[in-house]
Write a protein that binds this ligand. Structure first.
Ligand code: FAD
Length: 466
């Protein structure tokens, strides 16, 4: 097994606030003997649309916009720029969608990694509402891209159930009313009997159903976006880690072991894999690992407990999320977070235990694959989007709610570069601030454990009350 490599150490930090061209040095990658790592073994990599690896960067390439990172943030920015007729290059250290974008739960719905009320505390009520509207637009962007990139077998399955693990119907009704009033967004209430009619778990109480949210195959979406960018003349390089850069001149230079890209604008969209080549960005984000498994083929057993094809998540902080895949023959289950960025040896067992505690009938079901990915979180839990200095953009920190927010993040950065809007400024309250290094990591883990304990107490009380 190759060791999990978290970041791209690079030769020297990019000159964020002063010109210090770095020494180019081949970073240590997986031991595959070639320039890029294979996709992590997952349900998605096993069912991905086959694409030949793209060539790494050789020599010097000049474009209008260079984007570092071939996840959904970088790809969405790139396709928006290419659609506007500008030349663009995406420089990806591994493969397109290799990071969180190709490993996630596949849930696409509105919102951010933190609550509307927390955003309002940081940015004010009006800005928070504007930002939330952008998050809804992010869902639409994914939908539009799916339609525009077709014909594709990546069919969106509509409907998301957010279930409570303790009884609190009034809170759900307040949220339903707020979403309709403030955003014109219709959610449907489901009482306990309805929920347990769909999901046979004693853990569940009431739920809100979102008929506009959907789930899909995120890696194939990334692969399709990349093909769409190339069809518009965009360049994509794989196995091309950016290891040094010069960001001070009118022309910015990004260097990889084999070549360089020169551009007027550069965008860093490196997510939870942001490395020391951009120390300010690396220091502003906490890489948090989260996990997913997929079961063996067992359609009858799964149908006995899960009677709907929706995306399902519970209301706990970093709670469970799951959905039927492979035409209902398998269950894809995600959950658990940790600040330990190494693969835990018993990952599949831990996740399976979580699944079985919700659905005891699934005890003994086989697990075909389990994998992890890194999310990037700022201390403020919001995306970090903007310019460090003119024409040097960043677009990362989407946490566990990235499928809609990378879409709108990529779009507002593209609009900023094209000069068609300054909507990216709405994210200005959420700065690139030091996340606290090891202290930030420890604080994040403590916060998670505290929320886990609070969730446990609430669930315990609800179960006792019947
Ligand atoms: C297991 C898991 C489940 C999740 N489930 C959901 C979900 O159901 N719904 C949802 O909305 N969100 C979910 N998320 C979150 C979502 O996947 C992420 O927020 C989103 O994909 C982040 O996209 P990104 O483009 O910012 O980063 P990534 O997809 O991680 O892409 C960053 C890319 O940058 C590249 N890179 C880094 N450094 C360099 C360099 N120096 N040079 C070149 N390339 C570089 C990396 O190789 C990587 O490919 C989940 C995340 C995980 C890990």
């Amino acid at each position: 097994m190759p060791r999990l490599r978290q970041t791209f150490p690079g030769g020297a930090p990019c000159a964020w606030h002063g010109a210090r061209p770095g020494r180019v040095q081949r970073p240590v990658l997986f031991d595959y003997g070639e320039g890029m790592s294979a996709y992590v073994d997952s349900f998605y990599s096993r069912t991905r649309r086959p694409t030949a690896p793209r060539a790494a960067l050789h020599g010097s390439v000049a474009v209008d916009v260079a984007i570092v990172g071939g996840g959904l943030a970088g790809l969405t920015a790139a396709i928006e720029i290419a659609r506007a007729g500008r030349s663009v290059a995406v420089i990806e250290a591994e493969r397109i969608g290799w990071g969180a974008s190709g490993r996630n739960g596949g849930f696409v719905g509105p919102g951010y990694a933190t609550s509307l009320s927390h955003i309002a505390l940081m940015a004010g009520r009006d800005a928070a509402h504007e930002l939330y509207r952008l998050s809804i637009e992010g869902v639409r962007i994914v939908e539009e891209n799916l339609a525009a990139l077709g014909p594709t077998d990546n069919v969106a399955t509509y409907g998301k159930l957010s279930v409570l693990r303790y009884s609190d119907a009034p809170a759900l009704l307040v949220r339903q009313e707020m979403m309709a009033r403030d955003f014109g967004y219709a959610l449907e209430f489901r009482d306990r009997a309805q929920v347990r009619g769909m999901l046979r778990s004693k853990k569940y109480y009431e739920a809100l159903f979102d008929p506009q949210a959907f789930h899909f195959h995120p890696l194939n979406y990334a692969v399709d976006l990349a093909a769409g960018i190339e069809a518009l003349g965009g360049r994509i390089f794989e196995g091309a880690p950016v290891v040094a850069c010069d960001l001070d001149g009118a022309t910015k230079v990004l260097r990889t072991p084999g070549g360089e890209v020169r551009a007027r604008d550069v965008v860093f969209a490196t997510g939870g894999y942001t490395g020391s080549v951009t120390p300010q960005l690396r220091g502003a984000m906490l890489p948090i690992a989260t996990y997913v498994l997929v079961t063996e083929v067992a359609p009858q057993r799964i149908a006995e407990v899960i009677g709907v094809p929706y995306a399902i998540s519970d209301n706990r902080r970093a709670g469970d999320y799951y959905r039927l895949v492979d035409g209902g023959r398998r269950l894809l289950w995600g959950g658990r977070i940790t600040t330990r960025t190494s693969e835990p040896a018993r990952l599949a067992e831990q996740l399976r235990a979580t699944m079985v505690s919700t659905y005891p009938e699934l005890a003994g079901i086989g697990i075909d694959a389990a994998w992890s990915g890194l999310m990037s979180y700022a201390r403020h839990l919001m995306p970090m989007i903007g310019q460090a200095k003119p024409n040097v953009w960043h677009c990362f920190g989407f946490g566990g709610h990235g499928l809609n927010t990378t879409a709108i993040g990529g779009r507002v950065v593209a609009e900023g570069i094209l000069g068609t809007s300054d909507r990216y400024r709405l994210y200005a309250p959420f700065g690139v601030n030091w996340a606290g290094g090891p202290f930030g990591v420890a604080a994040a883990q403590m916060t998670y454990w505290t929320y886990q304990a609070m969730d446990f107490v609430r669930e315990f009380r609800s179960a006792r009350a019947g």
